[in-house]
Design a protein around this ligand. Structure first.
Ligand code: ADP
Length: 253
């Protein structure tokens, strides 16, 4: 078994007396597209928030390539190669797509502060480098033609592609995707999946929350299921499909 790229150990989060994530220990193997499923309220988003630094755990640890990253803020994690997207994209709506992508590392790594220390020529060179990189990523995500459009004017599906584009600016080793296919039309879903699979072939590990079981069965392996804050299943997508516990969870039993 290869060393996990991402691990949680006893990860727990309480909201008052309610335990939303309950001692979750799991390993994400490098090079996988791992699916995270479970009924509404199972704790999936909270679990992602704990890994990605949006929420602090009540107990437990998160390890990235064996390094303890528990409680680090998202911008620190972005620099370490862990990126996430949100179920509801949050672009800067008045800025262009290109600006949105260029801002990803600056806003998240504090490079603007560093920039103040460099000469203007060095800052311009760095900006040109970021612009080229952002443009290349937009083209890869099939958004090149829209680079100068305000992000508030593109479709919800295109915003999901933009979210992934922003994540790619950090050259992440691991990308957490929260319901990438939700609300996305079939042709953009196809683009999104092709890009995820291409990035995965190049070595990026994905950890994906997805409700669309068809998506999970086709594209995720392995699959992990949460229910009431606990891991109730780990296995292949095919095993998930025939697991009675999961059928119960999805039927709300
Ligand atoms: P899922 O993503 O699997 O639908 P969530 O992680 O969103 O589940 O929620 C798990 C549980 O934690 C739910 O019962 C939800 O109401 C609760 N919860 C999530 N965030 C908060 C919060 N900020 N305050 C209180 N309860 C929360």
């Amino acid at each position: 078994m290869s060393t996990p790229v991402l691990s949680t150990k006893g990860l727990t989060r309480d909201f008052g007396p309610f335990r939303a994530v309950d001692g979750v220990s799991l390993d994400i193997r490098p090079g996988t597209i791992t699916g995270l499923i479970g009924p509404n309220g199972a704790g999936k988003t909270t679990f992602f928030n704990l890994i990605s630094g949006a929420l602090k755990p009540s107990a437990g640890q998160v390890l990235l390539n064996g390094q303890d990253i528990t409680g680090l803020p998202p911008e620190a994690l972005f620099g370490k190669g862990l990126a996430r997207t949100f179920q509801i994209p949050r672009p800067f709506r008045r800025m262009s797509l290109l600006e949105n992508v260029m801002l990803a590392p600056q806003g998240q790594r504090g490079e603007t502060v560093l920039g103040a220390l460099f000469s203007r020529a060095a800052v311009r060179a760095e900006e040109a480098r970021l612009r080229d990189k952002a443009m290349g990523i937009l083209e890869f995500m099939t958004l090149g033609k829209l680079a100068d459009h305000p992000a508030g004017q593109i479709s919800g599906g295109q915003m999901k592609l933009l979210e992934l584009a922003r994540a790619l600016m950090g050259d992440p080793a691991v990308i957490l995707l929260d319901e990438p296919a939700a609300g996305v039309n079939p042709s953009l879903t196809r683009v999104l999946i092709e890009r995820i699979e291409e990035l995965n072939r190049r070595g990026t590990t994905f950890f994906i929350i997805e409700h669309d079981m068809d998506f999970v069965m086709r594209h995720c392996d392995p699959v992990i299921a949460l229910a009431e804050g606990k891991v109730v299943f780990e296995g292949t997508a095919a095993e998930a499909q025939t697991n009675p516990l999961l059928l119960d969870a999805y039927l709300g039993a």
